[in-house]
Design a protein around this ligand. Structure first.
Ligand SMILES: [Zn+2]
Length: 169
């Protein structure tokens, strides 16, 4: 549906390149389990930036939305995707060297190290960043669930709802 881009991540970062586009949520297989429907899209800007100590970074800005599945009523829950991620592509050889402390080292900057890849799948990166940002148990606001609006079916199914009803009488 949309063009699938591959970049040389280290080269892209070092040269301050920029890529803009749109991706369909339906094309992100690992995301599907969390969704009520494979709808939505996300626009992205991927840029190369200079970082500290002569290192180069990738900055990925996402703006879009998808329909998560509410963990209470299993219906669709609109979820806005608005993130800016900074990633440092590190050649695999260097990555092995400081892997045990890499998390600590860059945590204060909010920069994650990723293995440098001469053929990095941009869509895969976008999906990864969306997955990292997802809430563990997405739910509608209390009382806003679809089941809650159908009070009769809720009371039949949910013993706690019945208890709650008894308390209020
Ligand atoms: Zn709900």
């Amino acid at each position: 549906m949309f063009a699938r881009h591959f970049i040389d991540s280290l080269d892209f970062a070092r040269n301050g390149l920029e890529l803009r586009g749109e991706a369909a949520i339906a094309e992100m297989p690992r995301l599907q389990d969390a969704l009520a429907a494979p709808e939505g899209r996300v626009s992205y800007v991927l840029r190369g930036l200079p970082g500290r100590n002569g290192k180069s970074l990738l900055e990925l800005t996402l703006d879009g939305g998808c329909q998560l599945r509410c963990q209470r009523c299993l219906q669709g829950l609109p979820y806005p995707i608005k993130t800016i991620s900074r990633l440092m592509p590190v050649p695999e050889i260097e990555l092995e060297g400081f892997l045990p402390e890499s998390g600590e080292m860059d945590e204060e900057d909010g920069i994650d190290c990723i293995p440098a890849d001469v053929h990095m799948d941009v869509l895969n990166l976008i999906e990864e960043e969306i997955l990292l940002g997802l809430p563990l148990a997405p739910m509608h606001e209390v009382g806003a669930c679809h089941a809650a609006t159908e009070s009769t079916s809720r009371d039949e199914k949910n013993p706690f709802a019945i208890l709650h009803g008894l308390k209020n009488e």
